[in-house]
Design a protein around this ligand. Sequence first.
Ligand code: ADP
Ligand code: ADP
Ligand code: MG
Length: 646
Amino acid sequence: MFDKILIANRGEIACRVMETARAMGVKTVAVYSDADRDAKHVALADEAYHIGHGPAPADSYLLGDEIIAVALNCGAQAIHPGYGFLSENPGFVDALDAAGLTFIGPSADAIRAMGLKDAAKVLMEQAGVPVVPGYHGSNQDSEHLAGAADGIGYPVLIKAVAGGGGKGMRLVERAEDFMAALESARGEAITSFGNPDVLVEKYIQQPRHIEIQVFGDGTQAVHLFERDCSLQRRHQKVIEEAPAPGMTLEMRAAMGQAGVRAAEAIGYKGAGTVEFIVDGSGGLRADGFWFMEMNTRLQVEHPVTEAITGVDLVEWQLRVAAGERLPKQQEDLKINGHAFEARLYAEDVPKGFLPATGILTHLEFPGGCRADSGVRAGDTISPWYDPMISKVIVHGPTRAVALARLSRALEGTEVAGTVTNLAFLGALAAHQDFARGEVDTGLIARDLDALAAAPEAESHHMVTAAMLALDLIESEQDAGFTLWAPLRRSVSLSWQGEEFEAQVEVDGADRQIWHVAGHEIVANRRGDNWIIGSDLMPKAVRSENSITVFDGYGLVFEVTDLLDRDAHAGGDTNVIEAPMPGLIKAVFATAGQVVSEGDRLAVLEAMKMEHSLLAARDGVVAEVMAAEGDQVEAGAALVRLREESE
Ligand code: ADP
Ligand code: ADP
Ligand code: MG
């Protein structure tokens, strides 16, 4: 086994690889871009080195030569590429070979053989693997391709041969639309992959994406069953599962054999995925699947396979790369239960799944799930890389139990600081057809409006946010509520850009009467909890003026009443001043009184709201310069504490 490996990647996959390496006693080396100095993968590694001259992948994580130099300098023997970046780059593998380093993955030849979809299809046909009917020859003449499409029969799919990530693909329903679609697919293929070549395929109706996890040691290969990745949005996977719902033993055997044949045909070494398109219209049939492409790397959704097989695929990658034979034979591999993975992203779903950025002020996952994440609370989702926050993986004895666990895990996931697709994932996990296992790649698009609906806030959520904004959650015994008459206060908040006002009458430490959105709601303290109306107060966190209530997958309120800052935010801790012009509603301080930091000394009413003025430190009141009913100017001194030396 290696002593030390370098991970040429970032984020969750770099962390994932490091965890297994560490468990195997292998030292880990991270590389990081300008944007990732403080990233989790850097903290997790035994050693970390800065690379490149900018945060963009082309200036950092794609600089193969620089990464190889780091590996040589620090004495790493092998490089794990993760997925994306350099993972399917045969030139990088050649450069490693030349430098005497081991690539934890397949040979350069194997990557080349599968790198272009057209060549891969030819190779698979020769190996006896069924391929999607279509034209994948070298004649790229537009008329010729249009003729091929006529021969295949519409609808057809045009695909960039160098494509990936759903790019360079166009569905064409009618012959008259073919030329325009071809031009646009070629344009995208050139910009994204620098290669204009396309193939034309039969478009499978009601398609399901079912892929086979394969693993080879260069000579022999096994398969670790299938994953169903049919829940897609714009050809991008959203939720994956294993095994595939409705899979028969016969079809699994046929697909598994096809996967193994594909891997052995190219002397495959390491983890790979053979992707098939399946015609889901008449149920799963052993003759109803066709090869689409092979991904010659570890896949994002590999944890669902790990969950049902008990195999650590990264451990297998390291062992096989270090020269071991396959750790298990086919007959030793079994499926145990069912697993799901949901991809949690920083993206604004109601705004068309717009990728988002931000600082994750809060990040917590519930028990009962595996969360593979490359970020921690306090980390930034930057615009430079994939905005994935985490993968949430669950396992259960049956599909129904695993799905219920997925719902619970998503409901219990707490993210603040950026918008996420959590509500969308939750809605998908609750989708009726999905629950019945009736999945196909069109499911999300058919129900997009319902699945992507903006969340709604109820009045108890508004009250929760307002209680946090006014700091009315913690017990106020010290402040001596009982001494004062019921205190009326209010705060302005906004929900999805709409401002609203929440008013409260504080009736002692354990009871508050709220007016919000035209409703009166009474909040009562019961032990450590508040009951708002008839709802238990959900957990909520505040970061600056943003409050996230953890219900409905995270409801974000903004405190728009910026003047409601506690008065002690000012510099001078001796004098409590009026933050704005207003009317003194109450004064609680008396000369000579001993006060503690945070004690309410006075209440100022201004701009139709009441503002508490708090002691900025522990001390003794020297002088009270204001009385109830006074009209004061901004900056007027109201209460002075004795100098600390006095
Ligand atoms: P999968 O089937 O595993 O989802 P994808 O093609 O979606 O495969 O890519 C997997 C991951 O690799 C994604 O997170 C994607 O952002 C990343 N990725 C794909 N291609 C590239 C590339 N050329 N450069 C950097 N990252 C990439
Ligand atoms: P990429 O390299 O972008 O992952 P794929 O060839 O794997 O490209 O296709 C991506 C997705 O597009 C598939 O998961 C599937 O949803 C859809 N798709 C691909 N080929 C077909 C087809 N022939 N018929 C219907 N859908 C297809
Ligand atoms: Mg694919």
